[in-house]
Structures are given as structure tokens and as C-alpha cells.
Ligand binder design. Structure first.
Ligand code: NDP
Length: 289
């Protein structure tokens, strides 16, 4: 039986480390690191994410600047806000909660963020820095997955890794991170042929698909380490619902050596890594090692 990778516990210890770092930063810089979060519109899921980011920031001793704008905000107005946040010395990190309303060009807004404040790692500049091996901010979810993998496996060099999913926010940066760790990386997607056979070759499997319990235990190599990024809400009978990942947890536990659960695996790491990136941004801006 595999071990469960406890992302919740790891995230709690990362958040505690960040809080300690925030204290040390404050003693030197005379201020707290600041994160600005911009929410446009009233999407309920986005509002929940923004609230939990705000709470986590405050709990870590950081300044949280929330900007809630109505759904009919003009693109130019949003871009002007980003400009002001780029110039604001109290703001170290800027996060624009996606999705944005349809009339706003998401790419244009993300690209307006100063790469030195891009703590979500979504700008083309950040993606380029990651792809070319330069210092920059890495998207929080793949960064959290990497931390869990390194904590579990230590040196990842030479391991074969299969990432299922090629999105800009999870699959592609995950692939770049694992390549940087000298893994042999395969990126699978909806056109991949014989996915189970591809997955069976992997020491490390990262599933970021958005399909409930798609990856089965008999797809896995014995002893593989499995990171399940998926968050899928499914019916649980009697009108109730529950969250499941992209991996069939029970059958994966029979074959793998370690598996992240959903919930309680990758999910809690995402906000912890946002705090980590914000502290890094503040330290870089103040030239603190
Ligand atoms: P996207 O929808 O952007 O990408 C999904 C990827 O999965 C695509 O590359 C797609 O391939 C691929 N795919 C779809 N169907 C199949 C299939 N049958 N076989 C193989 N590959 C397939 O999703 P995201 O990357 O944004 O998110 C993935 C999952 O992770 C979702 O469940 C999301 O909720 C979750 N998530 C969790 C986070 C967390 O904090 N834990 C953060 C972000 C996401 P193609 O490119 O060919 O279409």
C-alpha cells in the first residue's frame, strides 16, 4: 500500500516558514511584504479564492491589498489599476484572479503586470525565464507539486516523469520544472495515443487533466510517485457532491509508492506557494538575500 503525501501538513509548514521569513524581512526593510489581489466581477468561486488568499496573507504577517471591481469595469480602467500597482512601492506581488469578464482581454491584462511582481508566474516573461533557466516566478500550483516531489524523492535527476495536461498554468510549467531537475519528461494530452502505456513508463506521474478519476492504478508502474492536481466535483449520492482528483485514488494506492489525496494534496500548496513567491518578490525588490 502506498503512502499518502500530506500536502496539507507540508503547506502548513511552508506557511510557517514564510511567516518567519516575513518577520525577518520586516526587521530589515521596515515594512511587510505586500500582495495586491484584483477581482473583477462576482464569480462566487473566484470570490472564495480571493478571500482565502487574503486570509492566508494576513496570517503570514503580510499586507493584503484587495481591489474588487464591478463586472462592467472597462479594460482600460483595469490596465490603469495594474499600472498603479506596478508603481506602488508597498506592493511586491500582483495577482489578477482569473477568469476575467469576457469583454476584457486576459492576456493583455496579465502582460501588463511587471514581471518582478508576477507572483502567479503567468506572464510570458515568467514563462520565458523558466524555459530559459533564469530566475523568475514559477506558477504556484506546479511549484507546489515540485516541492512535494522533492520532499518525497530528494534528487529527481534521471527519473522519468509523465505529465498529463499541457495547460499554460499547470502542465507546461510543470514540464519545465521537472526538466530543470534533469528528469526525462513526457507531456501527454488529449491526442496522446495509448495513454496507459505512456503512464506505465513513469517514475513520476503528474495528472492535471480535469477528468474525474481517469488515471487508474493499473496504468501505473509499481512504486511510482503520483501527484494529482485535478479538482473535480462529482455526485456522491443523496443529492450530495464530493471532490475527487484526476487519479483513481484507491486503485493507485495499490500500485504506487506515494499518492497525493484530493482534497488535502496539491490544493493547499497553491496558496502556500503564492505566499512564498510574494516573500521572494519582496526580498528581491529590497535586495535582501
Ligand atoms: P486545462 O483544461 O487547461 O487543461 C487540461 C489538459 O488535460 C489539456 O492539456 C488537455 O489536452 C488534457 N486532457 C483533457 N482530456 C484528456 C484526456 N482524455 N487524456 C489526456 N489528456 C487530456 O486544465 P488545467 O491545467 O487548468 O487544470 C487541470 C486540472 O487541475 C483541473 O481539474 C483543475 O481544476 C485542476 N487545478 C488545480 C489547481 C490546484 O490548486 N490544485 C490549480 C489549477 C488547476 P489538450 O491540450 O489536448 O486539450
Amino acid at each position: 500500500m502506498a503512502e499518502i503525501i500530506d500536502g496539507k501538513a507540508f503547506a502548513a509548514s511552508l506557511r510557517a516558514d514564510v511567516a518567519t521569513g516575513v518577520g525577518a524581512f520586516g526587521a530589515t526593510a521596515g515594512r511587510a511584504p505586500g500582495l495586491a489581489v484584483v477581482l473583477v466581477g462576482e464569480d462566487p468561486a473566484s470570490a472564495v479564492y480571493v478571500r482565502s488568499k487574503h486570509k492566508a496573507c494576513v496570517a503570514a504577517g503580510m499586507e493584503s491589498f484587495e481591489h474588487r471591481l464591478p463586472a462592467n469595469t472597462a479594460e482600460a480602467e483595469l490596465l490603469a489599476l495594474i499600472d498603479r500597482l506596478n508603481a506602488d512601492p508597498a506592493v511586491d506581488g500582483i495577482l489578477v484572479q482569473l477568469p476575467l469578464p469576457k469583454h476584457i482581454d486576459e492576456l493583455k491584462v496579465i502582460e501588463a503586470i511587471d514581471p518582478d511582481k508576477d507572483v502567479d508566474g503567468f506572464t510570458i516573461g515568467s514563462a520565458g525565464r523558466l524555459a530559459t533557466g533564469q530566475d523568475g516566478f514559477v506558477a504556484c500550483t506546479p511549484l507546489g507539486c515540485l516541492m512535494l516531489l522533492k520532499d518525497r524523492l530528494g534528487d529527481l535527476s534521471g527519473k522519468s516523469a509523465v505529465i498529463i495536461g499541457r495547460s499554460n498554468i499547470v502542465g507546461k510549467p510543470m514540464a519545465m520544472l521537472l526538466l530543470r531537475e534533469s528528469c526525462t519528461v513526457t507531456i501527454a494530452h488529449s491526442r496522446t495515443q495509448d495513454l496507459p502505456a505512456v503512464v506505465r513508463g513513469a517514475d513520476i506521474v503528474v495528472a492535471a487533466v480535469g477528468r474525474p478519476e481517469m488515471v487508474k492504478g493499473d496504468w501505473l508502474k509499481a512504486g511510482a510517485t503520483v501527484i494529482d492536481v485535478g479538482i473535480n466535483r462529482v455526485a456522491a449520492g443523496e443529492g450530495k457532491t464530493k471532490l475527487v482528483g484526476d487519479v483513481d485514488f484507491a486503485s493507485a494506492m495499490e500500485v504506487a509508492s506515494a499518492v497525493t489525496p484530493v482534497p488535502g494534496g496539491v490544493g493547499p500548496m497553491t496558496i502556500a506557494c503564492l505566499l512564498h513567491n510574494t516573500l521572494q518578490a519582496a526580498k528581491r525588490r529590497e535586495k535582501i538575500a
